[in-house]
Design a protein around this ligand. Structure first.
Ligand SMILES: CC(C)(COP(=O)(O)OP(=O)(O)OC[C@H]1O[C@@H](n2cnc3c(N)ncnc32)[C@H](O)[C@@H]1OP(=O)(O)O)[C@@H](O)C(=O)NCCC(=O)NCCS
Length: 177
């Protein structure tokens, strides 16, 4: 477990998959993740089996929030496309339970992951991509310390329009715990 003040990150269990399928079929969530077709339980089970065979440091983590009587699953996050030679990785996150949006949970999870990435995995660079029409996501990445480094013009199509894709990153020397 990786513990923060109000959240913790733990391994994904098979029992989590129905919640992921529910959330990842919600347009408000899947569009931000560049998905555009419905997701089935069978596909998610396939993803889970493949994930179990990947190196431990490269597996996504469940986000749980502290609630009155314990811990509640609210989303998923982690590093992918880890490039060990260049000590670089892409960060991905979604909070599927919308009751937890806009209360600083996303920012806290990202800060926790940056700490894990820089202090434990000894990464040098963490980057992400985000669509220009996702101000909530952009703001939470900025709050967690990501800086804007570039823009891919009209790189993503959704809601009947092309949108720019923003590239953001944090380098280890810039990281403030
Ligand atoms: C993106 C996501 C991880 C952010 O997590 P979160 O817990 O909701 O975000 P936080 O509360 O930490 O920060 C959100 C910030 O955006 C601001 N915000 C929200 N809506 C906004 C809007 N329309 N315009 C500008 N700022 C906005 C909030 O006010 C807050 O900033 P503040 O603390 O300065 O007031 C989460 O909302 C999510 O998973 N969404 C669905 C999936 C998704 O879009 N993923 C992003 C893929 S790139």
């Amino acid at each position: 477990m990786i513990y923060g003040d109000r959240v913790r990150l733990r391994h994904v269990e098979r029992e989590d998959l129905p919640k992921f399928v529910e959330w990842l079929n919600d347009p408000e969530i899947y569009q931000g993740l560049s998905m555009h077709t419905p997701l089935s339980m069978a596909e998610e089970e396939n993803w889970f089996e493949t994930m179990l065979k990947s190196p431990k440091d490269e597996r996504p983590l469940c986000i749980e929030a502290k609630v009155d009587d314990g811990w509640q699953l609210i989303g998923n996050s982690g590093f992918f496309d880890l490039d060990w030679r260049n000590r670089s990785a892409e960060l991905g996150i979604f909070i599927g339970d919308k009751n937890f949006w806009n209360q600083g949970y996303g920012t806290e999870v990202i800060r926790l992951l940056l700490c894990h990435g820089f202090a434990t995995l000894l990464l040098h660079r963490v980057y992400l991509r985000v669509f220009e029409d996702y101000p909530r996501a952009i703001r939470s990445y900025e709050k967690a310390g990501f800086v804007h480094e570039g823009r891919q013009r009209q790189g993503e199509y959704h809601n009947g329009e092309f949108h720019d894709v923003l590239f953001m990153s944090v380098l280890r020397p810039e990281w403030v715990e």
